[in-house]
Structure formats: structure tokens, C-alpha cells
Design a binder for this molecule. Structure first.
Ligand code: DWN
Length: 406
């Protein structure tokens, strides 16, 4: 019997996805033998409503000098982070007032560069040194380190308090969330704001997008669980803004208790979550059955194509694809290679199932009939980019929100 990572309440996993490799652990053939695996089980805490991984590999196995994800590779995400930055600028004092912005997990500076260009005092914290280096080369103040209460104190001594602490697709990666919340409360000005967004539990349950569950995502948040987790550090929800990014995310705005008036959306979305049952274990027992059904129909569909002697290639060697490939036990019999625009992933093999990752040029040189869309959260951008594929009779296979050929 384990205890909850947030409230120490006793918890029991409600499902297992089986043995999983490191989601972004793209590797060479020579590394196959020593590849690391862990059993990926998930739990739901009925006391603080936190959806969480039972076991998470050590952070240094996931975030390091060869981290394989660069945020700026998506044009849509570049636009999204520009608007996120301006959303924050609207809520804090102008740079002339010496306002200070800190971003946790600032990656290659895709968002913080807008604050730099607008002359805000800013600081990025990015543990993966290779992506931090890209930001530093853009002149963005970046510390390559993991954020915790100690680092918060060091930042306070050197820079003082912050008007805003922001992050995107990062907070749900941090297992010692209680310590982080204390560090943030320590660093925020009395009327400062914490603003972060992450894949949303409500969307994951509705769309059965189980591929949001992988080693880096130790939590999948809801407004209920965020309110509880940050409440113990004196921070409360003041706004909730649903986002379409990453297949459905939520932007959480928090502040020191009593410092800001909460918007109507906070009550409204908490009510919606109750009606969706995001505070009940039964919802996740049902989610388990939906995941199994999705897995079985994807396998069946790909088996059917294989028996017909047709080939399928994958589009986007996402972290999410590692969960799908290993949970559904899909190998090169089903998918002969996956195309990806990320140089560090190309000419390597996917974690666990060892499917070759090829460049986009390779994909364009021989476009097959069937393409399995692993980067479904970027479907608008990809369908626009690949419009000729469908016109020339190409068929997309997708598995979120349902398994189908389109
Ligand atoms: O939370 C996380 C999110 C923000 O990013 C991280 N833990 C890791 C990562 O997750 P992911 O790998 O599932 O993210 P994406 O954004 O779904 O990855 C898209 C992948 O697809 C990238 O490897 C780039 C590739 N891609 C492509 O080959 N052609 C993407 C687009 C848009 C394209 O046109």
C-alpha cells in the first residue's frame, strides 16, 4: 500500500500500463540491452483528488544534457506561447516598474524570450542543459538547475520577489510538488501571481487520451487537485482558463490567499469537474476499461492492415507515442518507421519497441498509404502541412478521441 505524494493518504493503483521505458529515451541499437524499464501504474487519491504515477524514474534519467524535446519545433506552439506571455504581461506591472518574471522549465526560451524582448527582468530555470544552452544563446537569463525551496531562497537573495512565476507543461512533471509550492509561495510578491498550464485531467478522461500518461507526467491535474495541492502553501485558485494545446490543457492562475478576487470560472469549473466525477475513483475504474478498449481496437485495426500486406508509418515520435507503442505492444510488424522533425531523435530507435525514427525528408521521399498520427495534439498544424497527402488518397489513422481511419 503506497501513500499519496501530496497528502500522504493511503492509495492503491487502479491500473497498470505494464513495463515502460523512458518516454524520451530514444536510443541506438548498441543501447538496447541495457535499456531501463519500470512498471507504470497509476493511482487516484480520494482524499486530495490527485491523479498520479505510482512510481517515477529518477529525474536525471528523464531530464539531462541529451533531452529530446524542443518546444520551438511547432509553429502553432510558438504562437501559443507568445499569446501566453502577453496574457501574463496584462496582469503584472510594466517593466519600467522593475517587475520580475520567473519561468520554471523554460526549455529553449520559447516563452521567456517575449519578456526579454519587452525588457522585463526575467529568469528561466531549466534542468536540461542542452535546451537551456539554446535559451542562453538567445540572451535569455537561464539557470540550468532543478527548482526547489533551496533554489527559491537563492533566487530571493539575488533577485528579490517575483511579480509572476509561470510555467507550461512543467508543473505536472515535478514529484516533490509540496516543496515546489512552498518555494513559489516564498518567492511570490504579496500580490504576485502563479500562472501555469498542463494537460487537463478532464480532457484526458473524456478523450481517453491515455498517452498523456508517461514517466515525465507524474501528475495529471484537475482544478480540484491543484486547489488542494497549493492550498497547503497558502496559495488559492483565482482563475481557470481552458486551453486547446496538447490535446486539451488548463491554465491555472493562483495567488496568495485573500490577495485577489476569484473569477466565476473557478466555481463553474469545479462544479463541472464534480459532474464529470473527477473527484471519484469510479470515474477512473471506467477510464481503465476505456483504455483497454482503445488499445484492443488499435491493435485490431493495425493487424487488419498488416494482414492485407499494407504498410503503416508513424507521424511524430512523441513522448506520448512511447506509452501507446509499449501499452499496445506495437512493433515494426505494425509500423515500419516513425517520421520526426527533431534532429536528436532521427536515425535512432523508439524506446522499448525499437521502431526506427526517420527524418521528415525520408518520409516525404516515400509517402505510404497509411500514416498513424502520434502527434494528434498538433493535428491542425499537421493536416494543413500535409493537405496533399489526403488529396492523393493517403489515409490517416488516429486513436484519440477514438480509433479510426480518416
Ligand atoms: O509535456 C511535455 C510536452 C510539452 O512535450 C513533455 N513532457 C514532452 C513533450 O511531449 P510530446 O513529445 O508528446 O510533445 P509533442 O509536442 O506532442 O511532440 C511533437 C513531436 O512531433 C515532436 O517530436 C516533433 C514532432 N513533429 C513532427 O515531426 N512534425 C511535430 C510537428 C508539429 C510536425 O509537424
Amino acid at each position: 500500500m503506497k501513500t499519496c505524494r501530496i497528502c500522504d493518504h493511503k492509495i492503491e493503483p487502479f491500473m497498470s500500463f505494464g513495463k515502460m521505458p523512458i518516454a524520451n529515451g530514444f536510443l541506438n541499437k548498441s543501447e538496447f540491452e541495457k535499456e531501463y524499464f519500470f512498471e507504470m501504474k497509476v493511482s487516484f487519491c480520494e482524499n486530495c483528488y490527485m491523479f498520479q504515477l505510482d512510481e517515477q524514474p529518477d529525474a536525471t534519467m528523464m531530464f539531462h544534457e541529451n533531452y529530446a524535446f524542443f518546444s520551438s519545433l511547432s509553429k502553432y506552439m510558438q504562437k501559443h506561447f507568445k499569446s501566453f506571455a502577453h496574457f501574463v504581461m496584462e496582469l503584472i506591472p510594466l517593466p519600467e516598474k522593475n517587475s520580475f518574471v520567473i519561468e520554471l522549465g523554460s526549455n529553449d526560451g520559447i516563452m521567456l524570450e517575449h519578456f526579454k524582448n519587452a525588457n522585463y527582468r526575467h529568469l528561466g530555470i531549466e534542468p536540461s542543459s542542452n535546451v537551456a544552452k539554446v535559451a542562453l544563446e538567445k540572451g535569455i537569463n537561464t539557470l540550468s538547475n532543478f527548482f526547489d525551496l533551496n533554489l527559491a531562497n537563492e533566487i530571493y537573495n539575488e533577485h528579490g520577489l517575483a511579480d509572476a512565476i509561470i510555467c507550461a507543461n512543467v508543473m505536472c512533471h515535478i514529484p516533490n510538488l509540496n516543496d515546489i509550492a512552498k518555494g513559489i509561495a516564498r518567492l511570490l510578491k504579496p500580490n504576485g501571481l502563479l500562472i501555469f498550464e498542463d494537460p487537463y485531467l478532464g480532457d484526458m478522461v473524456k478523450k481517453v487520451s491515455y498517452d498523456q500518461i508517461y514517466d515525465e507526467h507524474v501528475f495529471i491535474f484537475s482544478a480540484h487537485s491543484v486547489a488542494k495541492a497549493f492550498g497547503t502553501s497558502g496559495l488559492e485558485l483565482v482563475d481557470l482558463i481552458p486551453q486547446t494545446t496538447h490535446g486539451g490543457s488548463m491554465r491555472y492562475v493562483l495567488a496568495h490567499k485573500g490577495s485577489h478576487k476569484a473569477s466565476k470560472s473557478v466555481i463553474q469549473i469545479l462544479e463541472e469537474e464534480k459532474s464529470l466525477g473527477l473527484n471519484k475513483i469510479e470515474t477512473f475504474n471506467k477510464f481503465k476499461l476505456n483504455c483497454e478498449a482503445s488499445r484492443d481496437s488499435l491493435r485490431e485495426l493495425l493487424e487488419g492492415i498488416r494482414i492485407k500486406g499494407e504498410t503503416v508509418v508513424g507521424y511524430g515520435a512523441t513522448s506520448k507515442s512511447t506509452t501507446v507503442l509499449n501499452y499496445c505492444n506495437l512493433n515494426t510488424d505494425h509500423i515500419c518507421y516513425i517520421s520526426d522533425t527533431t534532429p536528436i531523435k532521427q536515425n535512432k530507435y523508439t524506446p522499448g519497441m525499437h521502431i526506427p525514427v526517420k527524418s521528415y525528408d525520408f518520409f516525404k521521399s516515400d509517402v505510404p498509404k497509411y500514416v498513424l498520427l502520434f502527434a494528434w495534439n498538433h493535428s491542425d498544424e499537421i493536416f494543413e502541412k500535409e493537405s496533399k497527402f489526403s488529396e492523393q488518397g493517403g489515409r490517416w489513422i488516429r486513436f484519440v478521441p477514438r480509433v479510426e481511419i480518416i
